[in-house]
Design a protein around this ligand. Structure first.
Ligand code: 5CA
Length: 437
């Protein structure tokens, strides 16, 4: 991709409305633009990141045995009346009336809808266990939408729903999602800690929030220091095996959000206690038969008896994650994308666009990197070198390759790693082999 042709509306100045780093950088680096309070358009470079985050989430869900479907954004109010949540959900729900005066709503979550799909399609205990998920836009009319995509009104969520014939089965599904969440966040370059949490309007008895520590987080959290040294990717995970040991390990130490704060337990930790702010990137719930009973979703058991399936639901804030990753990975010059979600892997900077040697070398390297399967953004604009460097730092691609007249004459180019700032003058071939790694 050539920057001279790419749609990348970056801002030179800090936008006044942004109170936190990720919001400021997402606006400045041309990822998003606000269209109404808490509602955003994802511009091309932002959409690339969102899609990559989505892909990582999807792959780990699939690996854990969850199956993807796609439910609509608009739901019938009748389903929510059946579950008893229609009135309780309050003003956060966007209620809509269609031309036949039927009450509809823009889904804030999908427990009712998936339970309805389930009761229409599943009859026997033999069909369970199942975990179904989708990645779909949600709407919650938040009282205070803020911090950009962190607390939006329209936001992208991955939500999974599990159905099992008994508690043991539900526990296994819960454990699968628990471990898949640890692995998903680690693959995104984040350290997410599972914490005991309140179940709120979703209901149920068992629930964990997955929290990453960040100064700008909205929740007050407390946890054992040792969690920061845990690394789930060091362990082999086989989702068809019993995962309870892994879950035990990640829940044995104290970790809780302020709603579940326990002064006595926290005090016992003494200097092992971290008290910090955190961003909730995922939330999982086990709520048993709450929805299957309320909505009469039944199946028949081995002896012909009626069973109300045991359910759980499991959410990841996909659009929030883009902001959360930036909160965790930036410096004063801009974003530092982890390789796994970067919109392009390489930013090529042609220091002197219009100079035949520089243009030829840039075009040549662009096609070589593309042939190697990399996504590359070439800055071929007629701009000062300083402004090109600043743009590349701002948009945060993992590798920068700088092509200038002096280097070309002497047979080298410069590569720079965005995260460490390390620079090196090397030959084109050496650069290719380092970047293609
Ligand atoms: N039905 C359950 C699980 S599927 C549910 O809705 N859980 S939730 O309310 O906790 O939302 C799941 C995740 O969505 C949260 O952990 C958070 O990361 C994200 N999220 C929630 N509200 C917002 C919002 N207003 N803006 C951005 N992300 C949000």
């Amino acid at each position: 991709m050539r920057l001279s042709e790419y749609y990348l509306p970056i801002l030179k100045e800090d936008p006044a409305e942004a109170q936190i780093t990720s919001h400021r950088l997402m606006l400045r680096a041309g990822l998003i633009r606000q269209t109404s309070a808490g509602i955003y358009t994802w511009l091309p470079i932002g959409l690339r990141v969102l899609r990559r985050v989505e892909d990582i989430v999807r792959k780990e869900q699939d690996a854990a045995g969850a199956q993807e479907l796609l439910m609509p954004t608009i739901q019938s109010a009748d389903l929510w009346k059946e579950s008893g949540r229609y009135d309780g959900y309050g003003r956060e729900m966007l209620r809509i009336t269609d031309r036949h005066e039927r009450e509809m709503l823009f889904g804030p979550t999908n427990e009712e809808l998936i339970t309805d799909v389930f009761r229409q399609t599943v009859r026997s205990y033999r069909d369970l266990s199942k975990i179904l998920y989708h990645i779909q836009w949600k709407f919650r009319d938040e009282v205070r939408p803020r911090f950009g995509v962190m607390r939006g009104r329209e936001f992208l969520m991955k939500d999974s729903y599990s159905f099992d014939i008994d508690f043991e089965g539900a526990q296994r599904s819960y454990n699968k999602m628990f471990v898949s969440y640890l692995r998903t966040f680690a693959k995104l370059g984040l350290k997410a800690i599972p914490m005991q949490a309140d179940t709120g309007p979703i209901g149920g008895e068992l629930s964990h929030e997955f929290i990453i520590l960040a100064e700008t987080g909205e929740s007050e959290v407390y946890c054992h220091k040792d969690y920061l040294t845990y690394d789930v990717l060091m362990e082999e995970t086989n989702y068809s095996e019993d995962l309870s040991e892994t879950v035990k390990k990640w829940t044995a130490l104290y970790a809780a959000t302020d709603e579940k704060y326990n002064e006595k337990k926290a005090n016992q930790l003494k200097d092992k206690l971290i008290s910090a702010r955190g961003i909730e990137v995922g939330h999982i719930f086990y709520f048993g038969t709450k929805y299957s009973k309320a909505m009469e979703a039944t199946i028949t058991g081995p002896g012909g008896e009626i069973i109300y399936p045991e359910m759980g639901s499991y959410g990841i804030g996909v659009s929030r994650l883009v902001g959360a990753i930036i909160e965790a990975s930036h410096d004063e010059s801009g974003i530092i994308w982890p390789e796994s979600v970067a919109p392009f892997q390489v930013g090529l900077i042609n220091v002197r666009s219009g100079d035949t040697d520089c243009d030829n070398a840039s075009n040549d390297l662009l096609s070589k990197l593309k042939n190697a399967g990399l996504d590359v953004l070439l800055d071929d604009r007629d701009e000062r070198a300083g402004s090109k460097f600043a743009t590349m730092d701002l948009i945060g691609l993992p590798w920068q390759v700088i092509i200038g007249p002096r280097g070309i004459k002497n047979g080298y180019i410069e590569i720079k790693k965005r995260d460490t700032g390390e620079r090196e003058d090397i030959s084109v071939d050496a650069a290719l082999s380092i970047i293609c790694g």
